[in-house]
Design a protein around this ligand. Structure first.
Ligand code: HEC
Ligand code: HEC
Ligand code: HEC
Length: 457
């Protein structure tokens, strides 16, 4: 028996030693901040485009403050993590990081000094980025204006505030390594997969997460959440009433809206805004890859899409009648609110993107949960600065809770042909109370919080 316990102790010590050997990462020596002349202009420009695809500004910039200077609170279910300063400031930024240190952060989620980084920084996607692209990103970031700005300390409970714990998380959930081509697929598909799953980190929002905050492996792009919004499924379980096609995805990602699908809102508005810098061939590659994830729509979805198409063209030919009448519920309380508050913009007679979409086509109204419909009804779509954009007033102050709920139930039944959402009341209350910290953006993607909607930038 003594022998047995001695064996157990040795095993535990060995395991602990093994774990610490695995968890421990060396520091990479600081360097003198490189001069601008050290970088080729073409490489810097390439890096600018890549930084857009990676949405680096979104997390590393506080709205209205200097780009890449960090300090933005990134809320997670475990606590708040503040983004770091990735300007080349030598004291508070990455000015003294070598390219090797930067590439290691992207590939492995490790700080220059060897600490593990939290996966709020999507290194689980950025690990796929090629050495070449990291080189360009580094050139771009190191030639920005240095800004002195120290981020606030993270607000995480014990033991999550211990960074070595993250080594365990990585052991469980992290597959390290640059993208490897799938030889059975086309070059275009591979390019799309590289962008979607790597720098574009689409799955960071569009894939559901497990209780430890890792993306569920079997549910790639099956729908997730971000900044208080639902990021709809991009696989076979898509909420779009008219199934996506290569062309409609291309148009939506290129311009931020599409006639059969409406305007990108919330965090997605920023994503489509950033993708604007990519060449058409890359957007097309993303669409090709996503179409392969979505697969052929089921016969039921095809039939439903046909039904909607027929209905919309019949409505277009008729004299403008209240949509509530055509939906067969002219006197319900929700229908009355729809008529008064929504129909002038949403009866389908105004073209996209400045007119509201006919709700038969809306992913928000057809989605399994009411979150995005709640967000849009409460906060609307603020106007973009200095350019024409889709605008919708928020109804947070105008409509009471029971009125919003009646309205949502009506939209659901009349336009999606589905029963009212079960969790609408709870979602509405939690959204109003600020629990979800909903980000509100105009369709050009620049954020305004729910509190300062309409305030100047
Ligand atoms: C979804 C939000 C998000 C996005 C998008 C994002 N980052 Fe970050 N990043 C973070 C957070 C949060 C941290 C801090 C993590 C920590 O404290 O462990 C971080 C840390 C880093 C670090 C480590 C810096 C340091 O001082 O420790 C680097 C380098 C970095 N990010 C670069 C980038 C680049 C380059 C991009 C775009 C390609 C990018 N990030 C996109 C959230 C993000
Ligand atoms: C920061 C979070 C976030 C990231 C990153 C993100 N999305 Fe989204 N996406 C959303 C949200 C939220 C919505 C729903 C909002 C809306 O439809 O207006 C959405 C909606 C969409 C839609 C419309 C779905 C539908 O059925 O209406 C498509 C297509 C899409 N995203 C593709 C992408 C692609 C491709 C990428 C990667 C290049 C990506 N998204 C990255 C959050 C994100
Ligand atoms: C002043 C015009 C206007 C009014 C009034 C208005 N909307 Fe909108 N709404 C828009 C525009 C423009 C968009 C963006 C285009 C789009 O996606 O439909 C939009 C988008 C939406 C969306 C997202 C649709 C999607 O899936 O893309 C929902 C849901 C919505 N509105 C609900 C409502 C409801 C409910 C009301 C009434 C309480 C209302 N709107 C009143 C103009 C308006």
């Amino acid at each position: 028996m003594k022998r047995f316990w001695a064996g157990v102790v040795v095993l535990v010590v060995l395991c602990a030693a093994g774990f610490f050997a695995y968890a421990w990462k060396p520091s990479i020596d600081p360097v003198e901040p490189p001069q601008r002349a050290a970088f080729d202009q073409a490489l810097i420009e390439k890096g600018a485009v890549l930084a857009s695809v990676g949405n680096c500004t979104a997390c590393h910039t506080k709205p209205g403050e200097k780009s890449f200077a960090g300090g933005l609170a990134v809320p997670t279910p475990f606590g708040t993590i503040y983004s770091t300063n990735i300007t080349p400031d030598p004291k508070t930024g990455i000015g003294r990081w070598s390219e090797a240190a930067f590439s290691r952060a992207m590939r492995e989620g490790i700080e220059r000094d060897g600490d593990h980084l939290y996966p709020a920084f999507p290194f689980d996607h950025f690990t796929l980025v090629s050495d070449e692209d990291n080189k360009a990103l580094y050139a771009y970031l190191m030639t920005r204006h240095p800004v002195e700005n120290k981020r606030p300390p993270n607000d995480l409970p014990f033991p999550l505030n211990m960074r070595f714990v993250l080594a365990g998380w990585k052991l469980l959930f992290f597959d390290k390594g640059a993208y490897r081509e799938d030889a059975s697929q086309s070059a275009e598909w591979n390019r799309g997969a590289y962008l979607v799953n790597g720098l574009g980190h689409c799955g960071a929002c569009h894939t559901p997460r497990n209780r430890l905050g890792a993306e569920e492996r079997g549910s790639h792009l099956a729908g997730g959440e971000a900044e208080g919004w639902t990021a709809f499924a991009l696989d076979g379980s898509s909420s779009a009433p008219i199934p996506w096609t290569h062309d409609s995805l291309f148009a939506y990602l290129r311009q931020g809206w599409q006639a059969d699908h409406g305007v990108a809102s919330g965090p997605m508005a920023e994503v489509t805004g950033n993708l604007g810098r990519l060449p058409d061939a890359d957007i097309s590659a993303i669409a090709t890859y996503l179409m392969s994830r979505m697969g052929e729509p089921t016969p039921e979805r095809v039939a439903r899409a046909k039904e909607i198409g027929a209905k919309l063209s019949a409505d277009a030919g008729a004299t403008p009648i209240p949509a509530s009448a055509s939906a067969g519920k002219p006197t319900g309380r929700g229908a009355v609110i729809y008529q008064a508050a929504c129909a002038t913009c949403h009866d389908g007679s105004r073209p996209q993107p400045f007119g509201g979409i006919d709700f038969h086509l809306s992913s928000a109204v057809n989605a399994p949960d009411p979150q995005n419909a709640v967000n849009i009804v409460l906060f609307g779509l603020p106007a973009a600065n200095g350019r024409q954009s889709a605008i919708m007033p928020g109804f947070a102050a105008t409509l009471k809770d029971d009125q919003v709920l009646d309205l949502l139930a009506y939209l659901r039944e009349a336009y999606a042909g589905k029963p009212a959402w079960q969790d609408a009341a709870a979602r509405l209350a939690d959204t109003r109370s600020g629990k979800y910290q909903v980000s509100v953006r105009p369709s050009d993607g620049i954020e305004r919080g729910p509190d300062n909607v309409g305030a100047k930038d």
